[in-house]
Design a protein around this ligand. Sequence first.
Ligand code: MN
Length: 745
Amino acid sequence: MDLRELAARERIKSDRLEAAVADLAAVGEHGPDRLVDILRSYLPTGDFEMVRRAWRFAAAAHHGQRRKGGGPYFVHPIAVAELVLRLRLDEASVCAGLLHDVVEDCDVTLAEIRERFSDDIAHIVDGVTKLDKIPFARSEEKQAENFRKMLVAMSKDIRVLLIKLCDRLHNMSTLEAMSAPKQKRIAAETMEIYAPLANRLGIGWMKTELEDLCFRYLEPDDYTALKHAVGERKVEREAYIASVVDLLRSELAAADLSDAAVSGRPKHLHGIWRKMQRAGVPYERIHDAQAFRVLTDNTEQCYRALGVVHSRFTPIPGRFKDYIALPKANNYQSLHTTVLGPDNKPIEVQIRTHDMHRIAENGVAAHWRYKERGAAVRPRDEARFTWLKQLLELSKEAPDSDEFLENMRVDLFADEVYTFTPAGDVKVFPRGATPVDFAYAVHTRVGETAVGAKVNGHIVSLDSALRNGDIVDIMTRSDSRPNKGWLSFVRTSRAKTKIRNFVRAAERAQAQELGADRLEKALRRHKISLTRAERHDKLAATLSQFRCQTWEELLIGIGYGKIDARGVVEHLYPETKPAEKPKEADTVAPKRSRKRSEDDAAIVIDGIEDILVRFARCCSPVPGDDVVGFVTRGRGITVHQRHCPRALDSDPMRRLDIAWNRDRGGQARVTVRVHTGNGPGMLEKMSSRFREAGVNIRSVQAKMHGPLSAVSTFEVEVASREQLDRVILDLKRLDFVHKVDRIGG
Ligand code: MN
C-alpha cells in the first residue's frame, strides 16, 4: 500500500505525511520498520501495525517543526522510542515515546490519541506531558519538593517515568544546540534529579550516560582535559584490558568455569573524575580506571570465580563488597573486588550472574514480562514491590517524609494495600485491612499474641485501617491471647478463621474443664471417681444417649450446660437414680423457668430444665422467627435469629435446637422504627395502630429530620411474628408513613 492510501485510511493529511517522510529520509530516517524490527526481537507477538501508525501520525503532526540544532523535530521522538526499545518496554510505551510531544507541541488532543490508539497510550502520553509542566526552580528546597511531586505524579504508571528518562537522555545528548546558560541549567537539573532517579530505578547504563553528559556541561574544563588524557592512552589501555581479559579467561577455564563471560572496559568519565576528586589525585594516579566483569550462570559460580580471582591476584584489603548477599537498595547484586593485576596495577573486578547483570543494566524495566501472546503485562508483583520500596527509600531522605508518604498513598494500586514489615518484606492486603490482619499474615503466633501496633513509628489501635506504604511493627506479649472482638474488624479470611478457631478452642477448653468439674462433683456423691466413670464399659451407650462422639464432647456439653451432669450419672449408674416420687417428678421446666423470667416460657428446649433464657439484643427475635439457642456458660441460653451474624460466629458446639412454645403466650420486646413525613397527630395515629393490634408500647421516641421528615422509634411487646408483621403492615398503610423497619430483624 502506498503512502497516500495509508494516509487516507488513517485519516492523516497525505501531502503532510509525504512531505514529512521525504524530510526524514533526507536525514536518514526511513520509516518505522527499523523500530518494529527491534520490538519484534523481544516481543514477537507485538502489535507492530500500531507502532507504524503511531510513527506516521506523529511524523505528520510534527511536520514543519525543527530542532534547535536543525533537522526535522520528529527525529527526537524517534530517538526516544529507540531508548524505550533499549529498555525493552511494551509496544504501548514505544508508541507513547513516538507520541510524547504531540499534545504539547502539535495541538493534538488526548481524546484523539485515545480514539486513534488506546486508553493506555493516551494515559502514558498524558503522564509524560504533565511531568514536562512541573517547573524546576533553582533553590535546593524547591528542587527536592518538585522531585517528590514528580514521583507522585508518575507513580501510577512507571512507564511514564521511564519514557521521561529516555526523553531527558536524548535531550541531554543534543544539548550543544542550546545556549550556554540553558545547557548548565538543564545539566544541573539532570544531575540532581534524573541521574539519581535512573540509579534508584537500577538502570545502570542510563545513569552512567546521563552522568557523563552532565559532566561535560557542568565541568567543561575538567571534562575536556580528562577526555583528552583518557584518549591519549587509548592504545596502551586497550592492550592492557585485552591482556587482563585473556588472563582471567584462562584462569577461570582452568577452574572449570570456561562458560563465564569476561569483559573489560574503561570506567565512565564521570566515575573516574569523582575518584580523582575524592582522592585528590590526577588521572595518571588513578589506576583502577577500568572495570572487568565476569558473568556466570549461577550464584555458586560467582563465588567460585571470586576464589579464582583472589588466588591468582592479591586482593586489596577493604575493597571486597558482597552485594549478592546484601543487595543495594535498587536491587543491584554483584561481587566487587579490587586486586593487584598485571604490572601491579589495581584492577576492579565485578562478578555476577547473567540475570543479575540484566537487572543491573535495566533495573525496574528488567522486570517487565510479556504474556504468551499479545501485549506486555505490568511488571510482576516483585517489581512493583521493588519500585515501591525504592520510593520509600527516597522518601527517607526527604525531610518532611510524612507529607510525602501522604501523597504517595493516592490510590497507588486500587484495591490493594501494600505494607511493609520493619525488615522491608512486603505484605499485600485487601483495602481496609488492619494491624491484626498484618500480624496473622506474619505468623499465626504473632497474631495470637498481638497487643498493639506501631505504624510508621506511631502507636495505632489494632482496628485502624492500613494504608499504602505503611511500615507495620506488631507488638506482642507472650501471655496475650486473641480477642473475640477482633472478628468485627479483620478483613482477611486467614485472620478471621484463625481468631474464630482460637476463640472456640479456648471456650471449649474452659467448658471441658468446667464439665469435668461438674461431673466429678455429681459422681462424688455416689463415691465414684471421674476416671472410673470414663472407663465404664457402657460409656458408649451413654455418649450416644447424649448425642456425643467422645468423652471430651460430653464434658464440653456439661460445661456449656447443654447436658445435665446428674442425668449422665444416672444413665451410667441407673442404681443412683432416686426412688420415684411422682408429684415432684411432675415439676417440669416451663413452670420453674417462668418464675425466673417471663421470656423463657416462650421457648421449648428439648431435655433441658431449669435454665435461664435470654433474647439476644443484636437481633431481638420474636415468637415465630426462625431461631437458634446458644448456651452461654453461667448465663443460660441466648436466643438469636438464625441468620444473625453473631450467632454465625459462635461455636457450633454450643448450639441448641430450640422451638417457640406455641402453647404458652409470652411477650417479646422488639424495636420498630417508622420513617414519616411531618405533621400534627401522626404519633397518635401510629400509636392507635399498635393498640388496635393488641401490641403494648413500652416507649416511644420521635425525632425531626428536617422540616419534612421525622423518625419515630417504638419499643413494643409482641406475642408473635405474625402479630408484628401485621402491625407493620398496618403502619405502612398510613399515608404519611414512608418506611417501617424492624431493628435487628
Ligand atoms: Mn521530548
